[in-house]
Design a protein around this ligand. Sequence first.
Ligand SMILES: NC(=O)c1ccc[n+]([C@@H]2O[C@H](COP(=O)([O-])OP(=O)(O)OC[C@H]3O[C@@H](n4cnc5c(N)ncnc54)[C@H](O)[C@@H]3O)[C@@H](O)[C@H]2O)c1
Ligand SMILES: O=C(O)C[C@H](O)C(=O)O
Ligand SMILES: [Mn+2]
Length: 556
Amino acid sequence: MINKHLEDLNMTTTGYAVLRDPFLNKGTGFTLAERQALGITGALPSQVQTIDEQAAQAYQQFLSKTAPLEKRIFLMNLFNENVTLFYHLMDEHVAEFMPIVYDPVVADSIEQYNEIFMNPQNAAFLSVDRPEDIQASLRNAAAGRDIKLVVVTDAEGILGMGDWGVNGVDIAVGKLMVYTAAAGIDPASVLPVSIDAGTNNQSLLDNPRYLGNKHARIAGDDYLAFIDQFVKAEQTLFPESLLHWEDFGRANAQVILDKYKDEIATFNDDIQGTGMIVLAGVFGALNISKEKLVDQTFVTFGAGTAGMGIVNQIFTELQRAGLSAEEARQHFYLVDKQGLLFEDTPDLTAAQKPFTRQRSEFDNAASLTSLAAVVKTIHPTVLIGTSTQPGTFTEEIVKEMAAHTPRPIIFPLSNPTKLAETTAENLIKWTDGKALVSTGIPAADVVYKGITYKIGQGNNALIYPGLGFGLVASTAKLLTQETISAAIHALGGLVDADEPGAAVLPPVSNLTAFSQKIAEVTAQSVLDQGLNREPIVDAKQAVKDAKWSAEYQVGK
Ligand SMILES: NC(=O)c1ccc[n+]([C@@H]2O[C@H](COP(=O)([O-])OP(=O)(O)OC[C@H]3O[C@@H](n4cnc5c(N)ncnc54)[C@H](O)[C@@H]3O)[C@@H](O)[C@H]2O)c1
Ligand SMILES: O=C(O)C[C@H](O)C(=O)O
Ligand SMILES: [Mn+2]
């Protein structure tokens, strides 16, 4: 698909403006004829390079950087200069670049955002103090581009690191880069958005270099009114776009999703994307252990945005498998700061309440205040960590779990690296190779007693690009549970369960291939429900037509 922006600008943009527009620039890739036509003859050295030659040269420069953050800065600057070359290079090195462009190195860039500030990858910055600027800010950042996908963050819950104010814009930028690298959405059709609602992070407020609003976060009705103004402006300016919410705080994420999910094409990645990838990972694990979902007992450690997204997705699937809601609920034990969550536990969230337990179920209810006590009492078969508490899946807890189930499914999912509940290596060793493991951040293979255990990455990045691109390609009006379930099953069936040490999810090196499959299944589901805005008959063809590839267009 040739973006309208390219056609429009191509006719009117000439001279240095072409070289400075990252969506148009080819640098030394411009042919002599193009240089002539665009009025940039003499503005570049005489050699004309192919994109492969440029990519090889850029990769050498990338390799000369040793610190991960330096590598990221190099790649962000390359993106700012030449978007096509950036993605051409990323296509060739997707497994190597993902941790740099995205999690975990994106966490370092967020923490040091003000100190390393650079031209911000075409993001839109909205300030809660200037609601009157919302429309203009979105329009200016889009700069005439036809926007089909917006990733917005207010950065109250960046990964597990809490409130990072305006710095959090980098997660919106990173998520969108993964969308294009994985699924092939046209980078000229996407927009990262930062909502600066203030920050409660004292280190930012005290930092003289902090670039965001230097006041406490606004909350409550004022906050929700600003969100509503944003949604209305976004939908007015980009009426066919998908709106993706990222890293909002626990008190707002579900409220916002519930408010808009039946009205517009929208998606909360931490709730829905995480629920999807975890269920796909559990299916992958059950393919290996040859067990059934309905026979599993789940302990979720950290019953916040992600934890409850996971519980609800599995809960839905258990009902699809034939259980009643009440039967399905019996499979879950939620552990949060307070310990096991009971119906009379103080400070329960709305999402937690339906899944609490009764004290009368246990002889030792009063002592179920720690994960160790809960694991010892419940004997879970699946343990999921979204707690933000590093090192909490201890050897004692893991060994206790493994003593009561042949293939314990254990997913320490908290990000970034420094917050993970434990490592894949620990889990394999402590369980003598029995654990079926997935981690939020990328993990190296674990070699143990002669077997190489591959570790699937349980990160929503393995599923949201295919889902989101499928929705955009099929011009979806809404995202339904039916579509979500279809996408999960598309991914869950992609592992080779019989290989010794097999991973529960496919490798990031295959991200492009399986994102394509997820996009096709998603688009088909949208068509099956009649939720497409445009008349589309062939889902696969629609995905193919919408796919952008990181090659220069001749003569453009
Ligand atoms: N791998 C993935 O795809 C993925 C996706 C989303 C979130 N995450 C990770 O999950 C973590 C949580 O994210 P979130 O958006 O749900 O945040 P959140 O703040 O909504 O939830 C965190 C929950 O953990 C609880 N918690 C805090 N301390 C605890 C303790 N000592 N014991 C038990 N529970 C405790 C909190 O009370 C809260 O309910 C983050 O580290 C995030 O990076 C991973
Ligand atoms: O950003 C990630 O790596 C996954 C997830 O959305 C998170 O918030 O941790
Ligand atoms: Mn997130």
